[in-house]
Write a protein that binds this ligand. Structure first.
Ligand code: HPA
Length: 274
C-alpha cells in the first residue's frame, strides 16, 4: 500500500484532472443531508470509487462522492457520504478528504453529523453548534509520521471549532428565528451505540452530544489551518436517557424531519466563508 502522503497526492492529482474548481469551503454532509447537493449549481461529481487508492464508503445512507459546485456564486466542495472509523479504515484514511480539500484551496470546513443527545435539556430534532469535542474514539488521525507540509507535530487545539464563526452563525440563525444549542460533542468509535453507563460517564466528563464521526476531520482541519464549524442534529436521546432502544431508523427519521432547517443552517454557514 502506498504511503498516506502519496495516496493524498494521487487522489488530488486525479481530482484536479477533472475540475479546476477552487472551492473556498468544504462541507461534510452527515446522515440525511446528502441531497443538499441538489441545491448546488454547475456541479462536478467525483465518486470515491473512481479515485485511485481511495477508501470507499460502505454505509448505505452515505453515497461517497466529492460534489463540486456553486452556492450563491460561492465555490464549494461537499462530501456526500463521509468515511467513518467504524468502517475499518484508519483515522488517517478517513480524513484524507480534508487534506485533499486543503490542497484544493478550502479555508473553512463545515462538519455536520447526526448525534445522540446527552444534555438532558436537549430534545430530539434540536441542532447543536459544536463548541469543542471529547475524543473518546481511541485513536487520533495525526498518529504516525507528521506531514509537515500540512502542520506541526504537536498542534494547538484550543479553538478547533472557531469561536468567531460560531458567534457569526448564531447571530445569523437568530435573525431567522432558528434556535441553535451549543455544546461539546463526544466521539465514540461505534458502530454499536454506547451503553447507558458510557453515556453517564460522557455526561460527567462534560459532553452534551455523542456521535461516531467529526472529531478526526476537525483535528486534521485544525492541523492544516482550516477553520471549522461543526453542527450536530440531535436525532435521538442517547442510550439510557429514555426508556427505549436506539436504532439507526430513528436517526434517519429525525434527520429527515429537520432537514429543511438543517439545510438553512448549512446555507447560513456557507455565507460566512470567504
Ligand atoms: N450515539 C452515537 N452516534 C449517534 C447517535 C447516538 O446516540 N445518534 C446518532 N448518531
Amino acid at each position: 500500500m502506498l504511503q498516506l502522503e502519496n495516496r493524498i497526492n494521487n487522489a488530488f492529482d486525479y481530482i484536479r484532472s477533472l475540475t479546476d474548481a477552487k472551492p473556498v469551503m468544504g462541507i461534510v454532509l452527515g446522515s440525511g443531508l446528502g441531497d443538499f447537493c441538489d441545491r448546488l449549481k454547475n456541479t462536478t461529481v467525483v465518486p470515491f470509487d473512481s479515485i485511485p487508492d481511495f477508501p470507499v464508503a460502505t454505509v448505505d445512507s452515505h453515497r461517497g462522492e466529492f460534489v463540486f459546485g456553486t452556492h450563491c456564486n460561492k465555490s464549494i466542495v461537499a462530501l456526500s457520504g463521509r468515511l467513518h472509523y467504524y468502517e475499518g479504515y484508519s483515522q488517517q484514511e478517513i480524513t484524507m478528504p480534508v487534506r485533499i480539500m486543503k490542497k484544493l484551496g478550502v479555508s473553512t470546513l463545515l462538519l455536520t453529523n447526526a448525534a445522540g443527545g446527552i444534555n438532558l435539556t436537549y430534545s430530539t430534532g434540536a441542532l447543536m453548534l459544536i463548541s469543542d469535542h471529547l475524543n473518546f474514539s481511541g485513536s487520533n488521525p495525526l498518529i504516525g509520521q507528521n506531514l509537515s507540509e500540512y502542520g506541526l507535530r504537536f498542534p494547538d487545539m484550543s479553538d478547533i471549532y472557531s469561536k468567531s464563526l460560531r458567534e457569526e452563525l448564531k447571530a445569523k440563525a437568530r435573525k431567522e428565528g432558528i434556535m441553535l444549542e451549543e455544546g461539546v460533542y463526544a466521539m465514540y468509535s461505534g458502530p454499536s451505540f454506547e451503553t447507558p453507563a458510557e453515556i453517564r460517564f460522557f455526561r460527567s466528563a462534560g459532553a452534551d452530544a455523542v456521535g461516531m464521526s467529526t472529531a478526526p476531520e476537525a483535528i486534521i482541519a485544525n492541523h492544516c489551518g482550516i477553520k471549522v464549524i461543526g453542527v450536530s442534529c440531535i436525532t435521538n436521546m442517547a442510550a439510557g436517557v429514555l426508556d427505549r432502544k436506539l436504532s439507526h431508523t430513528e436517526v434517519t427519521e429525525t434527520a429527515a424531519r429537520v432537514r429543511e432547517t438543517f439545510i438553512r443552517v448549512v446555507e447560513l454557514a456557507i455565507s460566512l466563508a470567504q
